[in-house]
Design a protein around this ligand. Structure first.
Ligand SMILES: CSC[C@H]1O[C@H](OP(=O)(O)O)[C@H](O)[C@@H]1O
Length: 344
């Protein structure tokens, strides 16, 4: 059984939403069971569940939980409260807008639950397609470098950049993954290394500061990362540290690839300058697992995303196709392509 089969960051069972508490991985596998939308909102805000597609899916189930209370007031509060949990990943707003359309079309609690389950199933199918298309795009027989966590823990299942990794490794095209630890929340060290080890995919953990030297060494054939929002011009918001990777990749002529489903593309935000960047509390920088690693009263700046300009993105891999050098025209083509059609 691979990690994809075993790891479910988000699932609905027996009338409850089950969320794997990613704050406690890799040492403890513990699920929180949610029966109220406010519990889901708190779980997203506190990063029990994280990852752009995964928080959209969790929020969709949160709406379904709110609908069970048969109160338009509570449902309105749920839409507002869930939307306010985290600002950068556009998937959150995309999923809530889809749930609101279903509600406005007359969906009751049961139909809203079915819509949330469709959102999750479609995300897994998209990730499988992204994996297949992306695997063909990786230089064969080489290693890749990735950042943060973009696997089953960040999505409905299988993963985006890690979906490309899973498909490429299964096709014998990939020798090894280098995973950046991804300070301060350590998604790479705690989550990606755990997922890939569970899959039996060779993985080496590196300090974020080692990435440029690794790219200079010629060991890596491509950098493949996820995204939290792709603006209309192709600029990419992703975990802090992604922009530095893109600069280093460009300096060493290593292809920089972004894997993301269409639910991450945002036609309403013209460029990266318009993407809201979440900053989180000082404690995430000042301690690790409760152990202080800096003076407690030191000032910090803790933006948890950055923006990589489209000019540094060699290819955007989506379930509708792969576009080289994404620009506004390419984003429009991806978003306007008929459903289930891929753009050449
Ligand atoms: C497949 S999207 C994963 C995306 O989300 C992560 O952010 P966070 O862990 O703070 O939710 C990171 O940006 C990943 O690339």
């Amino acid at each position: 059984m691979t990690a994809f089969d075993r790891i479910r960051a988000v699932f609905w069972e027996s009338g409850r939403l089950h969320l794997l508490d990613q704050r406690r991985l890799p040492t403890v596998e513990h699920y929180l069971d949610c029966t109220r939308w406010r519990e889901v909102a708190e779980a997203i805000r506190d990063m029990v569940v994280r990852g752009a597609p995964a928080i959209g899916i969790a929020a969709a189930y949160g709406v379904a939980l709110a609908a069970r209370e048969r109160s338009e007031r509570e449902l309105a509060a749920a839409f507002e409260g869930l939307a306010a949990t985290r600002p950068t990943a556009v998937n959150l707003g995309w999923a809530l807008a889809r749930m609101r359309r279903a509600h406005d079309a007359g969906a009751d609690a049961g139909a809203l639950l079915a819509e949330a389950q469709r959102i999750q199933a479609e995300d897994v199918a998209a990730n499988r397609r992204i994996g297949a298309l992306g695997a063909e795009h990786l230089p064969a027989g080489r290693a890749v470098l990735t950042h943060c966590n973009t696997g089953s823990l960040a999505t409905g299942g299988y993963g985006t950049a890690l979906g490309v990794v899973r498909s490429a490794y299964a096709a014998g095209r990939l020798t090894r993954v280098y995973a950046g630890e991804t300070r301060p929340w350590l998604q790479g060290a705690r989550l990606t290394a755990w997922e890939l080890q569970a899959d039996g995919i060779p993985v080496r953990l590196i300090a974020d500061g080692a990435a440029a030297s690794l790219l200079a060494s010629g060991e890596v054939g491509a950098v493949v990362v996820g995204a939290d929002r792709v603006a209309a011009n192709g600029d990419v918001a992703n975990k802090i540290g992604t922009y530095a990777l893109a600069l280093a990749a460009a300096a060493h002529d290593v292809p920089f690839l972004v894997a993301a489903p269409l639910s991450t593309l945002d036609a309403d935000t013209a460029s990266g300058a318009g993407i809201p960047i979440e900053t989180r509390g000082a404690e995430e920088l000042l301690s690790i697992a409760g152990q202080a690693i800096a003076p407690p009263d030191i000032e910090v700046w803790n933006p948890v995303f950055d923006v990589t300009p489209a000019r540094l993105v060699d290819a955007l891999i989506t379930e509708r196709g792969v576009v080289a050098r994404p620009d506004a025209h390419a984003i429009r083509r991806l978003l306007s392509a008929p459903a289930h059609e891929e753009i050449p």
